[in-house]
Design a protein around this ligand. Structure first.
Ligand SMILES: Cc1cc2nc3c(=O)[nH]c(=O)nc-3n(C[C@H](O)[C@H](O)[C@H](O)COP(=O)(O)O)c2cc1C
Length: 271
């Protein structure tokens, strides 16, 4: 059901929904790699609505009354943890009938940072407007969706593999995990790059998660690591929903046929 929205109407979010989201955000402190993040709801009225939408998002977002701002503490896998936790909030908002869009690039850190009391080792990798969406997408939103081909995803065989990277895994042979994998495939990613790759281990039946890194620019590379955490979140939540027990471990199987810039992230250990 989730898709990115960049234009919002002026309907306020009901207090019970706001409370639900705030309580949920407060409960999320530690990601699967043990890194910490904190999240807050900021009202555009307090930020100065014009500033929050026009300056704060370079005009990409219009009409947003609320923003979720996420702050992470620096740790080795901080961005993966951050993506994992923030996506849980995005999915809760979706469940409550609210629109969102991840903003990892088109927002000004200063406009939001001054409300977050940042400590030395803290930063704001992303923010997200949240609220009721307009009936029709704004032209900026439609244009952003057009250039990122937002409604399309890479086919299954380019993303999911069996025992290394040369053999795609057919949908049926990944059962009962085909749905968690499909939810990885449908996950949002910056510029819709879809950097996640998953390899099923034939012996252990575990799923190894990889990310195609973008080493050309630090900013781009950081964002693909957030995408990695988002993919892990989609997989774990779907497995939980389907009552498929398992947990995250870090145990690189060291396959020798990794494509260029593809890096191991974590594995889902099937119980
Ligand atoms: C980590 C991350 C950062 C993103 N940053 C931006 C951004 O700065 N500006 C923007 O307009 N969209 C941004 N997006 C939204 C993506 O462009 C969008 O998720 C993708 O095109 C797929 O479309 P969908 O979310 O509608 O499925 C970001 C998405 C992710 C996951």
């Amino acid at each position: 059901m989730r898709s990115s929205w960049r234009s919002y109407n002026n309907q306020p979010i009901e207090p019970d929904k706001l409370t639900k989201m705030c309580e949920f955000m407060r409960s999320l402190t530690t990601g699967p790699f043990g890194g910490h993040a904190r999240f807050e709801f900021l009202e555009s009225a307090n930020l100065d609505l014009k500033k929050a939408n026009k300056l704060g998002t370079y005009g990409v977002v219009t009409g947003a009354q609320y923003f979720i701002v996420g702050v992470k503490k620096q740790t080795p896998m901080d961005l993966e943890d951050y993506g994992y936790l923030f996506e849980k909030i995005i999915l809760l908002a979706t469940d409550l009938g609210l629109g969102t869009v991840w903003l990892g690039g088109t927002f000004t850190r200063g406009a939001f940072g001054k409300h977050m009391n940042l400590q030395d080792n803290e930063s704001i990798p992303a923010v997200a407007p949240v609220g009721y969406v307009t009936e029709k997408r704004s032209w900026v939103d439609s244009f952003a969706r057009y250039i990122t081909k937002a409604t399309t995803r890479k086919p299954w065989e380019q993303l999911f593999f069996l025992q290394g990277f040369d053999k795609p895994i057919p949908y049926e042979s990944s059962e009962p995990f085909s749905m968690p994998l499909e939810m990885v495939r449908l996950a949002p990613s910056a510029k819709n790059w879809q950097p996640w790759r998953v390899v099923k281990d034939q012996d252990t039946k575990n799923f190894h998660f990889y990310i195609q890194r973008r080493y050309k620019g630090r900013k781009y590379d950081e964002i693909t690591r957030i995408d990695g955490g988002i993919a892990m979140c989609h997989f774990a939540l779907t497995a939980e929903e389907l009552r498929l027990p398992g947990k995250w471990i870090v145990n690189d199987p060291n396959f020798t046929d990794l494509p260029p810039n593809v890096q191991y992230m974590a594995s889902w250990e099937v119980n």
